[in-house]
Design a protein around this ligand. Structure first.
Ligand code: NAI
Length: 390
């Protein structure tokens, strides 16, 4: 471990995570969903869950784009590499088309490569999922390297946070951002790149009639507002959400549509790096597990596809046009309990009033560690290729 990063990953553990997700989707029955799907950010978190749901829920052919490190001398690959190797293996075994592109999705080259692959193999795409989470973006037109930051806008913000490795709850003060921080964060995590993808795909005629595209957003409670929804990342999400309307307009020419889905707070590599959020998630998990409505990425996305995107009724949205699959997180009963627990959370109390154990377990399992049924004393081959990589 270095800070929030786990420096190694376990191929068999990552495969188990993928297999568990596949089994979950299969256990929920078929979805009358898309048949040709592009997932941008397909190797971990919500993007991987989207790829698995499309493939194993509605037998879709999938193309996945991601940015992962392959294994190198003395180093394991990143978990997204092993996840993708496992996805590929199981998709092939099930007779499903799957190909992947490992590279910078923000670049023109990767967009072109993806479009060429679609033209050669699939013709047109029914669903484009945009699920990138990145700290940096090199702008393809200006060449500028933008770095996103996680800071409040306006005033310094002080609240509690937890170092989930040690369990120590402490107070953290985050200084406010400057104007440039906002511009940079919007450039990385806002909607410009999503729109560039759809523009390029429309121009190349690789979007099928009635195609849908979807990006993921987050809102969360007032507790985390200063660092999330009203902070720099929130400005980027505002931009992403506004972009969905621009894209929806452009897609009218093919009777397509664009949506943002607001998802639940979950332990992923991206969310673990945001101060305050891990403490919120620890308390939220405890409450939602007790209430029996806790979900992980796969449960969220399976429900999104089956009950919202591809159900028999019109896609329901909130007053701002967003799909709300964070509905159970935002329930008044859930949020009331979390906000009552918040002032009580200390290093001593958190293990019992929060789900610190669950947080740690999920964080390690992102890298393929700590999983039942995996013998970690056995040597494994870390040099796994991803077949189907273009
Ligand atoms: P993640 O870190 O698990 O996945 C990010 C994906 O993006 C990976 O597949 C990675 O390879 C890919 N990626 C990153 N930079 C790339 C690049 N330059 N080129 C190609 N691929 C690249 O993240 P997570 O948490 O699944 O986030 C996905 C989206 O969901 C984000 O928009 C995030 O804001 C949103 N979201 C996350 C929530 C959470 O609690 N984790 C809650 C609600 C929304």
């Amino acid at each position: 471990m270095r800070g929030f990063i786990c420096l190694t990953a376990h191929p068999d553990g990552c495969e188990k995570n993928v297999v568990d997700q596949i089994e979950y989707v299969k256990s929920k029955g078929p979805i009358a969903g898309p048949k040709k799907v592009l997932v941008i950010g397909a190797s971990t978190g919500f993007g991987l869950a989207s790829r698995i749901t499309a493939a194993f829920g509605s037998e879709a052919a999938t193309i996945g784009v991601f940015f992962e490190k392959p294994p190198a001398e003395g180093k394991t690959a990143t978990p997204g590499w092993y996840n993708s190797a496992a996805f590929q293996k199981h998709a092939e075994a099930a007779g499903l088309y799957a190909k992947s592109i490992n590279g910078d999705a923000f670049s023109n080259e990767v967009k072109q490569k993806t479009i060429d692959l679609i033209k050669a193999d699939l013709g047109q795409i029914d669903l484009v999922i945009y699920s990138l989470a990145s700290p940096v973006r090199q702008h393809p037109v200006t060449g500028v390297l933008h770095r996103s930051v996680l800071k409040p806008v306006g005033n310094a913000y002080t609240n509690k946070t937890v170092d989930f490795h040690t369990g120590i709850v402490s107070s953290i003060t985050i200084e406010p951002c400057n104007e440039e921080d906002i511009v940079n964060t919007v450039a990385v995590m806002g909607g410009e790149d999503w729109e560039m993808w759809i523009d390029a795909m429309l121009a190349a005629d690789v979007l099928a009639p009635n195609a849908l595209t979807l990006a993921y957003s987050y809102i969360g409670p007032s507790l985390t507002e200063a660092v999330y929804r009203k902070g720099t990342i929130g400005r980027a999400k505002d931009h992403l959400e506004a972009t969905s309307f621009k894209i929806a307009d452009k897609l009218k020419s093919i009777h397509g549509n664009a949506f943002v889905s607001v998802n639940k707070a979950l332990v992923t590599q991206a969310s673990s790096a945001i101060p305050v959020i891990p403490l919120y998630i620890s308390l939220l998990y405890k409450v939602m597990k007790k209430e029996g409505n806790h979900e992980g990425c796969i449960e969220q996305i399976q429900r999104l596809f089956k009950d919202r995107l591809y159900s028999n009724h019109e896609i329901s949205v909130d007053e701002k046009g967003r799909i709300r699959i964070d509905d159970w997180e935002m329930k008044e009963t859930v949020q009331k309990q979390v906000s009552e627990l918040w002032p009580q959370a200390t290093t001593e109390s958190l293990p019992s009033i929060g789900d610190l154990k669950g947080y740690k377990y999920e964080f390690l399992s992102l890298f393929g560690f700590g999983l039942d049924g995996i013998d970690y004393s056995v040597d494994v081959d870390e040099n796994l290729p991803i077949t189907g990589l273009v």
